[in-house]
Design a protein around this ligand. Structure first.
Ligand SMILES: [Zn+2]
Ligand SMILES: [Zn+2]
Length: 243
């Protein structure tokens, strides 16, 4: 069989690697023969079971030697480490710049990614979901979209909103009202957006609270997810107020 090129690392994988790196910062980095790097290698392999393509995984995929090498990309950015690092990829650089100063957040995100990714289940790309992939990676991007498109939950949210607004439904950022604009055809139409930071997504199996959803028109919702980092609704509100 021809040797397969190792696929590029995804954002989720870099986040797991950065979490590992930060937890060992200030001490010698565990090497490829260590139990720690083996454990990280296993985590990356099982995460990959949730991403499309490449099943069954070749044995060389994210093996400890390869993982050790990638960890050295962070060494290159790390002013507290005097070893010479590897030439960084764009994605490793971005993840480092955004997260290296916040080990606690990376650790939460990494834990969520591992928790939310079930093996042998293909997680769609952000592109196919119509959003830009969040800084927090593909697994949590999918979780965000999946939760806010949960029909039962959005129906409850709409009902509650209508009870509080004389039966009307409108965008909580720009006030667009589908029924006013489109008449009968627009009645009952609005999207829900989940406002929790992805690192704080409720654990698998826990209920999503209606308070964590806001109702948005399709335009506002797309603008929030159009590029990284995703905007908060108040950031979007500010843009509309001062374009
Ligand atoms: Zn709107
Ligand atoms: Zn959303």
């Amino acid at each position: 069989m021809p040797r397969q090129r190792q696929p590029d690392w995804e954002r989720d994988e870099w986040l797991l690697a950065l979490d590992f790196y930060l937890r060992h910062q200030g001490a010698p980095l565990p090497g490829k023969r260590s139990a720690e790097v083996k454990e990280l290698s296993n985590k990356l392999r099982s995460l990959r079971g949730s991403l499309p393509g490449l099943l069954p995984l070749p044995e060389s995929f994210r093996n400890p030697a390869g993982v050790e090498m990638q960890l050295y990309q962070f060494v290159g950015f790390d002013p507290s480490n005097e070893l010479k690092g590897l030439r960084p990829t764009r994605l490793a650089r971005e993840i480092w710049d955004v997260y290296a100063g916040d080990a606690a957040r990376v650790s939460k995100i990494a834990a969520r990614i591992v928790e939310m990714s079930g093996a042998n289940f293909s997680i769609p790309s952000a592109e196919s979901l119509g959003v830009s992939e969040a800084l927090e990676g593909r697994v949590l991007t999918y979780e965000h979209v999946r939760r806010e498109r949960n029909p039962k939950l959005t129906r409850k949210k709409k009902e509650k909103f209508q009870d509080e607004h004389e039966g009307r439904l409108f965008c909580e950022v720009c006030a667009f009202d589908y029924e006013r604009r489109y008449g009968e055809r627009g009645r009952g139409f609005i999207e829900a957006h989940h406002t929790r930071a992805l690192a704080d997504l409720p654990r698998k199996g826990t209920r999503i609270r209606l308070e964590d959803l806001v109702l948005l028109c399709a335009n506002c919702h797309r603008m929030i997810h159009r590029t990284r980092p995703w905007l908060t609704t108040s950031q979007l509100g500010n843009i509309i107020a001062n374009p």
